[in-house]
Write a protein that binds this ligand. Structure first.
Ligand code: HEM
Length: 453
């Protein structure tokens, strides 16, 4: 068993043109035991799970994933191509970075706290299903003929593709500030806003577009197949219709970071290896110190969660492409080919910071010149057509997770914004900040339960 035949495809029923080549014939599908249909698990998926050595009882589909993850620390791979949804921390932070991103920020339209909680419950079960490679609800083709399908269907037949869905709560969820300065505690959450969830300050050089900034909620969807990531965001948006609206969204490709040091480091659109010195997903001690909010940090509901800063950083790649190779390398203080720090041979050699240009990005961003501060970078490249002036609208969608933004991104970005040689070639054009709660530990629990429940 392997490839799309492995556990947990997004449904594997017949297509409108007939059954998938090796899928069940329509009449066989109709014979499926009712319990199996009710779980939303396809027969092939069940065979796959069983093949992975799992004992399947009468449990619902969600329990299956729980049984597999066993409350693991975070994001264990539970079957070929699926990352565990349930765990102490949300998947999509310390778990291995996938190839593609669809990130969406939402405005909450309802002022009703109960309605918001109900939506988050519904989103959680949809997320548990989709990350396990299952369809949402009754699926794309198994529901009532008269009703719109529960699942939009474009991931039918696709494997889970290591999909992770990570939710975050923006400052405006805790207190809405209108243009005239009026402050509204819409959901009674003002007192529960973590101190670390600051309104980010203005940094030198910022040219932020409000239409690409902020948001009451965010969902980061990462997967190896863009169709799976887009399908996930689309289905959450569909479920939330009338209660939330998409404020802005960003597609990303070519991960520009790595949480798996053994893998080849990806390159960003400037052609440099990006993610060499990042926090590894396996480095539990550093994750504990620098990424996960801990008891006593502030709001208890955030324990095990993390703060996410998203920045849409435009690269002036036309200017960059006219620079000489040495000038480009001076910007980072690393060689372009190997990625080695100046004065060293190999990418992973420890930098001798004194040998890097004073205004180089790596010298300025390195923990040793910042009192030991660390962030977990998880960004992606983007190109979104042209800017209307004959240039590509391209850059880095920077995503960084940390235990306390006030002690990590804010001081680091202050320093970079004031001194970094890279600033000549980049501009921050979008910005958002979110509190990402801890993981959902078992079926029945939901995203944000400790905050809103
Ligand atoms: C378009 C913008 C950016 C580009 C192209 C970029 C690129 C790079 C590259 C090529 C490296 C060296 C390889 C590595 O260790 O990953 C690096 C390192 C790093 N960058 Fe950036 N970066 C950008 C923005 C930022 C921002 C906004 C921050 C934080 C506020 C940041 C923080 C860091 C950190 C902490 C390191 C590791 C330094 C070390 O420990 O050696 N970067 N970046």
């Amino acid at each position: 068993m392997g490839g799309a035949d492995a556990a947990g495809t997004h449904g594997d029923r017949s297509t409108p043109d007939g059954p998938a080549a090796d899928g069940p014939a329509p009449d066989e599908a109709a014979d499926e035991p009712t319990a199996e249909r009710a779980t939303g698990l396809s027969r092939r998926a069940v065979m796959g799970w069983a093949g992975a050595g799992l004992a399947l009882g009468a449990a619902g589909g969600g329990s299956v994933a729980a049984a597999v993850s066993g409350g693991s620390d975070s994001g264990t791979t539970v079957s070929d191509g699926a990352i565990a949804f349930y765990g102490d921390h949300q998947a999509g932070i310390a778990t291995p970075v996938q190839d593609r991103l669809h990130f969406a920020a939402f405005d909450v339209l309802t002022d009703d706290r109960k309605e918001l909680a109900a939506l988050l419950k519904e989103w959680t079960s949809a997320a548990a299903a989709m990350t396990a490679g299952r369809e949402v609800g009754q699926g794309a083709v198994d529901g009532l003929a008269e009703a719109p399908p529960d699942d939009t269907g474009e991931a039918l037949g696709l494997p889970p593709s290591r999909l992770t869905l990570t939710i975050g709560f923006g400052p405006s969820l805790f207190e809405q500030v209108d243009a005239d300065g009026t402050r509204t505690d819409r959901f009674g959450l003002r007192a529960r806003r973590p101190a670390a969830l600051v309104d980010l300050p203005h940094f030198p050089g910022d040219s932020l577009d409000p239409a690409r900034s902020g948001g009451d909620l965010c969902v980061q969807a990462c997967a190896d197949d863009p169709q799976v990531a887009v399908h996930a965001i689309r289905n959450l948006a569909r479920i939330g219709m009338g209660k939330v609206s998409v404020r802005w969204s960003q597609l990303g490709f070519g991960k520009t970071s790595s949480t798996t040091p053994d893998a080849q480091t990806p390159r960003n659109l400037m052609g440099f290896k990006d993610g060499t010195h990042n926090i590894a997903g396996t480095d539990t001690a550093t994750l504990k110190d620098h990424v996960w909010a801990a008891p006593g940090d502030g709001q208890d509901w955030m324990t095990g969660g993390s703060y996410l800063v998203a920045r849409r950083i435009r690269m002036h790649i036309e200017t960059w492409d006219r620079e000489g190779l040495k000038a480009q390398e001076d910007v980072f203080g690393r060689t372009k080919g190997e990625g080695a720090p100046y004065g060293k041979q190999r990418e992973r050699d420890t930098p001798d910071l004194a040998r890097l240009p004073k205004d180089s990005h790596v010298r300025l961003a390195h923990p040793d010149t910042n009192g030991g501060l660390r962030i977990l970078r998880r960004g992606f490249s983007f190109t979104d057509g042209t800017d209307g002036l004959g240039r590509l609208d391209a850059g880095l969608f920077f995503l960084a997770y940390q235990r306390d933004t006030r002690k990590a991104f804010v001081p680091l970005q202050r320093r970079l914004a004031a001194n970094d040689a890279l600033n000549e070639y980049i501009q921050h054009v979008g910005s958002a900040h979110f509190a990402c709660p801890p993981g959902v530990r078992k079926p029945g629990e939901w995203w944000g339960q400790a905050l809103l429940g």
